[in-house]
Design a protein around this ligand. Structure first.
Ligand SMILES: Cc1ncc(COP(=O)(O)O)c(C=O)c1O
Length: 409
């Protein structure tokens, strides 16, 4: 038996051994168990809009099937889709790209993976501001790089400062990741904040920027979205501007992400994709073309709906003793501070020592599924995704408050 175990360990690569399984697995397994046993659970853990894909986009996909667009396409996207992406970059971001500067993948996730695979050598460093999207550090590790975590704090609304950035840059730094609005905090960088980071980056030509703009259209209160290649054109030669249809157009299942970047990087990324997945689904590409070229007015209406929910959730969370929650500029997440609760006891005498234990308690006691802060690289917080009906948010906030109010020192 022991020998068999040893053999199996040797069979799985060292790199895979370094990758953490999804941080949410334990909680989602427990959620499934509780549901199976008949407990009502409100899940505020999902990273996707609760809206449906708009009808005109679905129709474009149906038409593509009927017209026989069911074969392989060019590896990194059809010419029609690349043209639609160029037009989108011009319209929304004031960025000029040619189709040869564009790549399309199976979701934004594959764009990031291709970019890292194409550029990282063993030990190359990638600066990742925390709290971060859970996949970033593990993707860097998988591609042989070293994630360098830049912890931020509530004092800067979870945003990286120029001083912190400069202190972490070394000759091995290949990339800085910027995600605005952010998953998990919802916070977004203003034009001035982006400019001040760009000023530092101009001094270090070895550093490229991966700008993850996937929440670009989910922005509130007239906040003006800024992307770094537009804010600082001198950096455009070393920026990968990444986006996708998952969040803006409620198309998470269609798996289309895209990016604009210098041709040298796009060509390298295409090579990776040609030897791994080949083209993204031809039908999804037709749907994404229609999404980017079609009516954009509904994006504002949907953002308005998210804003109402953000306002409600932030207000209700701040009414709970020992919880404080920033009012973020975008996304569909909030990242409340729960450090004041840590050390309190449940009615059965269990001490809540950290954010994971608080989320476990809220799942068992309140029936609310959340994601704990440590999963995003910052302790003492948890993430709520408010892409849920107003009815479930009202119920969830009441239940969270009731369960937290029961805790005592
Ligand atoms: C910050 C961020 N970037 C990228 C992605 C990837 O999205 P997709 O692969 O669905 O395009 C997500 C999805 O949750 C995300 O939150």
């Amino acid at each position: 038996m022991i020998e068999k175990g040893v053999l199996q360990i040797a069979f799985i690569s060292k790199t895979t051994g370094q990758i953490k399984p999804s941080a949410t697995i334990a909680l989602s397994t427990r959620t499934a168990e509780l549901k199976k046993n008949g407990k009502d659970i409100i899940s505020l853990g999902a990273g996707e809009p609760d809206f449906d894909t708009p009808d005109h986009i679905k129709q474009a996909a149906i038409k593509a099937i009927e017209e026989g667009q069911t074969k392989y396409t060019v590896v990194d996207g059809t010419y029609e889709l690349k043209q639609a992406i160029c037009a989108k970059f011009k319209r929304d971001n004031n960025l000029d790209f040619l189709p040869e500067n564009i790549t399309v993948s199976n979701g934004g996730k594959q764009i990031i993976f291709n970019a890292l695979m194409a550029t990282l050598d063993q030990g190359d460093e990638v600066i990742i501001p925390a709290p971060y999207w859970v996949s970033y550090p593990d993707m860097v590790t998988l591609c042989g790089g070293s994630p360098i975590i830049a912890e931020t704090s509530e004092d800067t609304n979870f945003k990286l400062t120029p001083e912190k950035l400069e202190s972490l840059i070394t000759p091995r730094t290949k990339w800085l990741f910027l995600n605005s609005p952010s998953n998990p905090s919802g916070c977004a960088y203003s034009y001035d904040e982006i400019k001040s980071l760009a000023k530092i980056l101009l001094k270090y030509p070895n550093v490229w920027v991966l700008s993850d703009d996937i929440y670009e259209h989910i922005i509130f209160d007239d906040f003006k979205f800024t992307t770094i290649a537009d804010a600082e054109p001198e950096l455009k030669g070393r920026v990968l501007t990444m986006n996708g249809v998952s969040k803006a157009y409620a198309m998470t299942g269609w798996r289309i992400g895209y990016a604009g970047a210098p041709k040298i990087l796009i060509d390298a990324m295409r090579k990776i994709q040609s030897q791994s997945t080949s083209n993204p689904c031809s039908i999804s590409q037709a749907a994404a073309t229609s999404a980017l070229k079609g009516d954009q007015k509904f994006l504002k209406t949907r953002a308005e709906s998210f804003k109402k929910r953000r306002d409600y959730v932030v207000q209700k969370l701040n009414e709970i003793e020992d919880i404080s929650c920033l009012n973020p500029e975008g996304g569909f997440y909030v990242f409340p501070n729960c450090s004041g609760i840590l050390g309190k006891k449940t009615q059965s005498g269990q001490i809540i020592k950290n954010d994971l234990e608080l989320c476990e308690y809220l799942l068992e006691d309140a029936g609310i599924c959340l994601v704990y802060g440590q999963a995003f690289g910052l302790k003492g917080y948890f993430r709520i995704s408010y892409a849920s009906s107003m009815g479930s948010l009202i119920m969830a906030c009441e239940k969270i408050k009731k369960s937290i109010d029961k805790l005592e020192f």
